[in-house]
Design a protein around this ligand. Sequence first.
Ligand SMILES: [Zn+2]
Length: 461
Amino acid sequence: MSTLSDCRRGFSALLAAGAICAAASPAFAAERARNVILFIGDGMGVSTLTAARIYDGQKRGVDGASNRLSFEAFPDLALVRTYSADSLVTDSAAGASALLTGHRTLNGALGVSDKIVFADCASAKGQSVPTLAEKAKKAGLAVGVVSNAAITDATPASLYAHTPSRRWQADADMPPEAVAAGCVDIARQMLDLPKSAQFDVMLGGGQANFVAEDGKRMDGRDLPAEWRKAGGAYVQTGTELAATPKTTSRLLGLFAPNNMMRESARQATGTDAPTLTEMTTKAIELLAGRKQGYFLMVEGALIDKAHHINLANDALNETVEFSKAIATAAAMTDPKDTLIIVTADHSHGLTINGGARDTSILGVLQGSDDDPPVALDGKTVPILMYATGPGAPEPGESRSTPTPANIDDPDRLTYAAIPLFSAAHTGEDVAAYARGPGAEKVRGLMDQPGLYQVMREALGL
Ligand SMILES: [Zn+2]
């Protein structure tokens, strides 16, 4: 039986439903969150977290094994099952849809029930399910979406898109029969809306999906130009983003034709694009002034993109960049009124094979300088490796292993056991970390739709 003091003390995880508290005590209001920020580390499985904290510590010259990423200091933690409606292993579309709608769907689908057929427009008619972002917008909250992938890629699209195929990012990506049957591409679903339904801040890559000239629009439209004409602000560089005044009410930023660059490449090329932290900071600055609070989703997308091509160094570096963005968000918000949840949509097959405490995680198992341990094939043993991906040797080739010359090279392929063009996602549970009102409900073994419920209840939607 719930008591008033349970409600006051925030032990709502003990309660059957938050509604009991709401009825019992106005103190429940204090457990409501004014704002919710969901951070999704795409492909950020538990082995990635462990390896990234070691990498981060070693880079900063402290002990890696006992290091913590910023959000690993959050008080509440759960393991999360990630299976989709049709697969043991979800993709980003079904995983993010489960987090954003509370419904599991088929791999490759976004914002629709599990009654659809993948990439079949007619089957998706009447199967849309509302997203938390749409509900928040309807209730008068401000909404923001930030990603360093294309903003039309699966995870950011899970906030606003309802489609049987994540691939339909621009109309050029759609089969003619899907267009004829009335399905609308993802870029148009993001911007081609009445003003009251449009998001307040949208920052990421994917510009090519919004324009015809040098882009992928067959309908000839220039969606950012239309957005600007309707009074929205539009920026395309890090410099322009930094100069955007805090009073800007509606902001669209598209900083790359497709996915944004990984941080190592952004730095190496000197490209004038914002970091994930800079985008997150600007989004919070703009949203924080809104009377009714906000819902913001920030995706660290390039963790997954690097994993897919077996670039372990960059996958870990992107995880550290993600951790920095979360640290900034935590510093800019008050845990009394802002719920922050950090999780992943799915894992990746990264393995940590061993290693002395003072050995670089990017290197190989150490014996002595003269006598490093070798495997049965006569080669050294990399500390990190993948289950699958393009890092596997070609037939007849011997496997790669890190050397002092290439250990820090962000473009070095890490060994994979099974050759695949693109590394496969893996199906083990992911972690969820939480801080703020409602965070105590993030505990034990959860499901992705359960995290949706925690956010929905926190916002009182
Ligand atoms: Zn992926």
